[in-house]
Design a protein around this ligand. Structure first.
Ligand SMILES: Nc1nc2c(c(=O)[nH]1)N[C@H]1C(S)=C(S)[C@@H](COP(=O)(O)O)O[C@H]1N2
Ligand SMILES: [Mo]
Length: 347
């Protein structure tokens, strides 16, 4: 199964979804991108050995078994998950990190419970501000730093899921079995896998994965002075035709997906003449909050030649993709129109 993925590193496993598999609204669990900072267990943890604890600035520490969680009413939410570094390799100026093209993104239906319910049960103290997540995966490398991340309390209380199902299946081992956080509409780094410990904090968690990475900063700046990457930028990707595809003159279906994190997609426009003119694409397929929207533009390709095709999305808050991405040292959030243009040959 991993064969179909584009594997960037084996240890830790970092693999992206080939463009052709981004054409369906639901991304198959097997083909969903995999992004890891550490090493996950070879075998799934035994559910009888697993508990989820909630501690920190709460009045009532709690510990739950998997059954305790399963017994609660199940919530199912669509959510497009994207790695902060997705599209990094398409930046005109190189940035360090995994060389994602556009496949560090996927859409799934996540089944689980609202984090809010558990936090309320644990009774938050007045000084509660952030919620940190810790997984069971082991750090790789000499530094031995665990992947621990925290999100603001408002996000934890409003739209964060603890998911044990992915597309109707038990959460696959590689995607965090048995439980992961899904901060709806936020980048992957906020969605800790193999979750077993939640700590309510008075301020953001301090550590490597909060302060040195997942921050927007420029050369010479202290990473910690930069903004933490949270919400997903408005963006559209072209999934059909393929990059450099040879197509015959006539009617050509240009298709793609657009997403904007917590916002919805208002419109997508397509240009086949280097940005001189833009035509509205048709929004197609399911429309769900936090999930990408697929789109289609039928193009009458009359003249032979090479064409650059570009797509431009606008979200429901009026944010529009920039002409070119705003660069940062770690290459996060590349949503540039130019960076995502494709070339096709009409023959
Ligand atoms: N425990 C743990 N959770 C993690 C990570 C990790 O390395 N360890 N990687 C994060 C990052 S950077 C991303 S993009 C997503 C990827 O989720 P996926 O592998 O299910 O696609 O998981 C996040 N959760
Ligand atoms: Mo990520």
């Amino acid at each position: 199964m991993e064969k179909k993925m584009r594997i960037m590193t084996e240890k830790p496993l970092n693999a992206e979804t080939p463009t052709e598999y981004l054409r369906s609204w639901i991304t198959d669990n097997d083909l969903f991108f995999k992004r890891n900072q550490g090493q996950f267990m070879e075998k799934p943890v035994k559910l009888s050995d697993w508990t989820l604890s909630i501690e920190g600035v709460v009045n009532k520490k709690i510990s739950l078994t998997f059954e305790d969680i399963r017994r609660r009413p199940k919530v199912e939410m669509a959510n497009t998950l994207e790695c902060s570094g997705n599209s990094r390799s398409l930046l005109k100026q190189k940035a360090s990190g995994n060389p994602w093209t556009i496949g560090g993104v996927g859409n799934a239906i996540w089944g689980g419970i609202w984090l809010k319910e558990l936090l309320e049960e644990a009774v938050l103290q007045e000084n509660a501000r952030h919620v940190s997540f810790e997984g069971l995966d082991q750090p790789l490398g000499s530094a031995g730093i665990k992947f621990i991340r925290s999100i603001p309390l408002e996000k934890a209380m409003s739209s964060t899921l603890l998911a044990y199902e992915m597309n109707g299946q038990p959460l696959p081992l590689k995607h965090g079995y048995p439980l992961r956080a899904i901060a709806l509409g936020w980048t992957g780094a906020n969605c800790v896998k193999w979750l077993h410990k939640i700590t309510v904090l008075e301020q953001p968690f301090e550590g490597f994965f909060m302060d040195k990475v997942y921050r927007i900063f420029q050369k010479g700046e202290d990473p910690k002075s930069g903004q933490v990457v949270k919400d997903i930028n408005v963006k559209s990707i072209i999934v059909e035709p393929a990059m450099d595809e040879k197509i015959s003159a006539g009617l050509v279906a240009i298709r793609g997906a657009a997403y904007a994190g917590e916002a919805g997609i208002q419109r997508v426009e397509v240009s086949v003449d280097n940005g001189k003119t833009w035509q509205g694409a048709k929004l197609i397929g399911p429309q769900e909050p936090h999930a990408w929207r697929h789109w289609e533009y039928l193009w009458q390709a009359k003249q032979k030649g090479d064409y650059k095709i570009m797509a431009r999305a606008t979200d429901t808050n009026g944010r529009q993709q920039p002409e070119t991405a705003s660069w940062n040292v770690l290459g996060y959030g590349n949503n540039g129109i130019q960076e995502h243009a494709i070339t096709v040959h009409v023959g």
